[in-house]
Design a binder for this molecule. Structure first.
Ligand code: GAR
Length: 202
């Protein structure tokens, strides 16, 4: 049984896709043992509670400094002894100690086809604004392992999504979520849970 901790910051639609996939058999051999949010008001925490999953807020606002926050975050992870940490819209840059402790056991979903529209400052709606500004005809989403860089770890899965005439960042974001993110994030977890993938891919 793969023990998974999911880290979130906002609405938690990717978390919901994972919860649903565990419930309906799209993901097997997997238990979500905790959801951690850095934001107390994240609706994602409510989604976890509704599903009967341990839900915890570790907010930097509630610690004296960054070091104390980083330590609390590491503890909140370690307490549950996860086999995999899933960053599902987690807008905190992970401290190196966590990346070292969980080398090749942290994955992230990013709402573009890496290496386009990624790196520092590219998150959430901004990614889609930049894609529309550039005029790309195809975008998508990427699941990748997390290393010390921003969106630089090994790619696990990608799925392309068409940009349509008249798209706004909001419309494009929704299409990328529905057609790509909510599909490939559960798929990647299921592959890891069933040993279909290792960090040595590529
Ligand atoms: C998702 O689109 C995810 O890909 C993005 O934040 C959103 C979270 O939505 N993540 C990043 O931009 C990371 N760089 P959700 O809370 O509804 O799952």
């Amino acid at each position: 049984m793969l023990k998974v901790v999911v880290c979130v910051s906002g609405g938690g639609t990717n978390l919901q896709a994972i919860i649903d996939a565990v419930a309906n058999g799209g993901i097997t051999n997997t238990e979500i043992v905790r959801v951690i949010s850095n934001n107390r008001n994240a609706y994602a925490l409510k989604r976890a509670e509704n599903a009967g999953i341990d839900a915890l807020c570790v907010s930097p606002k509630e610690y004296a400094d960054r070091e104390a926050f980083n330590e609390a975050l590491l503890e909140a992870l370690q307490e549950k002894e996860p086999d995999l940490i899933v960053l599902a819209g987690f807008l905190v840059v992970l401290p190196e100690q966590i990346i070292h402790t969980y080398r090749n056991r942290i994955i992230n979903i990013h709402p573009s086809l890496i290496p386009s529209f990624c790196g520092k400052g590219f998150y959430g709606l901004t990614v889609h604004e930049k894609a529309l500004e550039k005029g790309v005809k195809v975008t998508g989403a990427t699941v990748h392992f997390v290393d010390e860089g921003t969106d630089t770890g090994k790619i696990i899965l990608q799925k392309a999504v068409n940009v349509e005439d008249g798209d706004t960042p909001e419309i494009l974001q929704k299409r990328v979520m529905e057609q790509a993110e909510w599909v490939i994030l559960p798929q990647a977890i299921n592959m890891i849970a069933n040993n279909k993938i290792t960090s040595d891919i590529n």
